[in-house]
Every structure is written in structure tokens, then in C-alpha cells.
Design a protein around this ligand. Structure first.
Ligand code: TTP
Ligand code: MG
Length: 385
């Protein structure tokens, strides 16, 4: 039996919540993000998009493009609470829900055909319920797989509803630019353009060997599969993680504590980013260290306040590392945070935390756009040495 997948993505999520909560913002260009000198746009209302403003744009530029805009710092904890409401609705519409971010998820509708009536009616019902319960608008795509469902929800935003079937699939795909394929970043797009491939139709009609010559055989096969709208990945629910961590094994053992601390800073930043993306804070920070002879140490500390901040995590692991006293012959380093706080929403409301959250939202917006390497304090440190 074929799969049936729904992808739901809220329209201008943070900005729409602000417009819902403040009547005077409705119909206005609303821009949410870091308001400091180096702040970036988290998102903006569709009214603001007409001025060319978009996510991850420097706030300074957004102000120049849209001087009459309403600029707001946003309140992340509030948005997260609304997100939880929406996910509670998703849970009633499908047995398996895979969250993708704060405002989007895949819902597996496979085998539910007899329960839901037509896919169109089911999607309309979900959109209406989200609107009735939260006052917000969602865009929906329904398709035989995840790739097409995600593409479909984006096609007619805002307030979109697109159903992809085996019959209309190729007609929908063919004219789209290759950049619309999930996972085709700027680099791949440029490589494809170099081969004269701009839209998905061009891609589909390119021989495997020609693609493989510049992109490698694996990528070539992958792209050709997506170009005909095939994707076998199952909708997979994500269990809430109990700990979030990252470790790295070195090709050559590290021989100085300075090098090790540099790596710990990079790991702390990666773990902090992931914690914030998941919207959790943890109280226990752990360091893992393995020597060339495979002797392994773990050391941890439990903090009075849960954290998701790079520098707090780094300070703890740095101290644990210094106390351990290992100076050379380091084969592996790892950093993890566990003991997640159930009252994150409450602690997020503390004023200090809120300020910090805004700073990190700005950092994370850049990371979301340019990958985890878009910005790292560790790299800045290295350059300044
Ligand atoms: P998106 O769904 O990408 O954007 P959106 O909901 O604002 O607009 P669209 O109608 O195009 O879906 O992201 C959801 C929220 O995540 C968004 O409202 C704000 C936040 N976000 C950031 O903070 N930084 C970013 O760079 C992006 C892309 C999103
Ligand atoms: Mg959205």
C-alpha cells in the first residue's frame, strides 16, 4: 500500500502570533528578530515580505528596506507555547507525527483513508481547527511521500493547500527550479546551473553519467530519484531526547590542553545550538575524554539552574577538563547535557534568560541558514590567536 503524507507549516509563524495578539499590527509589516546592531530577522509578516524582507537578513538591512515596519524582539517562550498547542492538534489527526521545527511537522496518513474522507476534506478540517483554536493560519501539503508533501505545503503559501497525486506530480515538479529540491543547497544548485540545469525538468532529462561526472554517483542517483518525485523515507516520530551531546574522535591524538579546550568550545556551541533548537535546557553537563590507549573518563557537574547557553556549558566542561589534569594523548572528546528541566517555559521568562535567548535566537537564525558553521565563537577565537 502506498504512503500518504501530510506536511503542515504555519504561515509567518512568529509574526502571525504577534498580529493575532495585537490588533494594531494586523495588515502591517511586522518584523521579529534581534533588534541590536548585529541582530537578524527571525521572520516577518507577508506584508513585510513585499518589501523584500526575509528570515536571516541583517536587521539593519530590513530597517532600510522597510522603514515603516513594526520591529519586535519577539518572545520565544510564548511562541513555543503556541507551538505546543498546534502539535497537540496534530497528534489528534495522525497516529505518527514527525516534528521538523517549531512550526512544521509531517503527519502520516497512511492507512487512514477510510477514516478521513478525502485528503482534501481532511486537510481543510485540520486548517479550520488550527484557526479556530489558535487564530493562526497553516499551509498544508498532502502527497505520496515526505519530499512532495513538504514541497506542496510551500507552493501556495500563505493559506496554501496543495494535494499531489501520482497523476499531477510530474506536472507540478517539472517547472520548479532545482533549488526547491529538499537538500539542494546553494553549492549543488550552482553545480547544476554549470551543467545548464535550472528546473526539475532539465534535471530529470539529464543522463546519470553526466550528473555523476560533476556531483558524484551517489548525489546523481539521489537527485534523479527526487526529480521524478520518489522518496522512500518513512515518517518517523521523534522520542524526546533524554540527553543531547556531541563527541569527536581525532585522526591524530591531541597533544596540548589548548587544542583540547578549543575543541571543547566548539562542542559546547554545537550542543547549545541543538538544545535551543529542541527548546530544552538541562542541569547536568558532562565531559567525556578518551586517551590513545582507550582509557575513558567521564566527569559531570549538576548546575543549580538548567542551561542551553554555549558559554555556560563551555565553562563547566573546561573546568572539568582542567580538574582531570590530562594534558596530551587525547583521542576523543565529548560534551553532553542531560537532566532536562520540565519548567523550561517558566525559567525562560526570567528577564535575564529572555535577553540571552534573544541573542541566541539571532545566532541560531544564522546557523539555520548557513549551517552550523555559519557562526562560531570558537572560530573567531582561533582567528584572534
Ligand atoms: P518558517 O516556517 O521557515 O517561516 P515562517 O513560518 O515565519 O514563514 P512561512 O510562512 O514562510 O512558513 O519558520 C518558522 C519560525 O521559525 C519563524 O516564524 C521564525 C523562526 N525562524 C527563525 O527564527 N529564523 C530563521 O532563519 C527561520 C527560517 C525561522
Ligand atoms: Mg512556517
Amino acid at each position: 500500500m502506498g504512503r500518504l503524507v501530510m506536511h503542515v507549516d504555519m504561515d509567518a509563524f512568529f509574526a502571525s502570533i504577534e498580529q493575532r495578539d495585537h490588533e494594531e499590527y494586523r495588515g502591517q509589516p511586522v518584523i521579529v528578530g534581534g533588534l541590536s546592531g548585529r541582530g537578524v530577522v527571525s521572520t516577518c509578516s507577508y506584508e513585510a515580505r513585499r518589501f523584500g524582507v526575509h528570515s536571516a537578513m541583517p536587521m539593519v538591512r530590513a530597517r532600510r528596506l522597510c522603514p515603516q515596519g513594526i520591529f519586535l524582539p519577539g518572545s520565544y517562550a510564548h511562541y513555543r507555547a503556541v507551538s505546543q498547542q498546534i502539535f497537540a492538534i496534530f497528534a489528534r489527526y495522525a497516529p505518527v507525527v514527525e516534528p521538523l521545527s517549531i512550526d512544521e511537522a509531517f503527519l502520516d496518513l497512511t492507512g487512514m483513508e477510510h477514516l478521513m474522507g478525502t485528503p482534501l476534506a481532511y486537510a481543510q478540517k485540520l486548517k479550520a481547527e488550527i484557526c479556530a483554536r489558535t487564530g493562526l493560519v497553516a499551509s498544508v501539503g498532502i502527497a505520496p511521500n515526505k519530499f512532495l508533501a513538504k514541497l506542496a505545503s510551500d507552493l501556495r503559501k500563505p493559506d496554501g493547500l496543495v494535494i499531489v497525486t501520482p497523476e499531477n506530480r510530474q506536472a507540478i515538479l517539472d517547472p520548479l527550479p532545482v533549488g526547491r529540491i529538499w537538500g539542494v543547497g546553494r553549492k549543488t544548485e550552482q553545480a547544476l546551473q554549470g551543467l545548464g540545469i535550472r528546473c526539475i525538468r532539465d534535471l530529470r532529462l539529464t543522463p546519470h553519467a553526466k550528473l555523476a561526472a560533476s556531483l558524484g554517483g551517489h548525489m546523481a542517483s539521489h537527485l534523479l530519484t527526487l526529480a521524478v518525485g520518489q522518496d522512500d523515507r518513512p515518517v518517523a516520530p521523534r522520542e524526546p531526547a533524554k540527553s543531547i551531546g556531541k563527541e569527536v574522535t581525532f585522526p591524530v591524538d591531541l597533544q596540548s590542553p589548548e587544542e583540547a579546550e578549543q575543541v571543547l568550545l566548539e562542542l559546547a556551541e554545537k550542543v547549545g545550538y541543538r538544545l535551543r533548537r529542541e527548546g530544552v535546557k538541562g542541569r547536568t553537563v558532562q565531559l567525556k575524554l578518551r586517551l590513545g590507549n582507550f582509557k575513558t573518563y567521564t566527569r559531570s557537574r549538576t548546575l543549580p539552574e538548567a542551561t542551553c547557553y554555549d558559554e555556560e556549558i563551555y565553562h563547566v566542561v573546561q573546568e572539568l577538563f582542567r580538574t582531570l589534569g590530562v594534558k596530551r594523548g587525547i583521542r576523543l572528546l565529548g560534551v553532553s547535557v542531560s537532566g532536562f528541566d520540565n519548567d523550561v517555559e517558566l525559567s525562560l521568562f526570567a528577564e535575564q534568560a529572555q535577553k540571552k535567548d534573544r541573542l541566541y535566537e539571532a545566532i541560531d537564525a544564522i546557523k539555520a541558514r548557513f549551517g552550523e558553521h555559519g557562526i562560531t565563537k570558537a572560530q573567531l577565537l582561533r582567528k584572534n590567536k
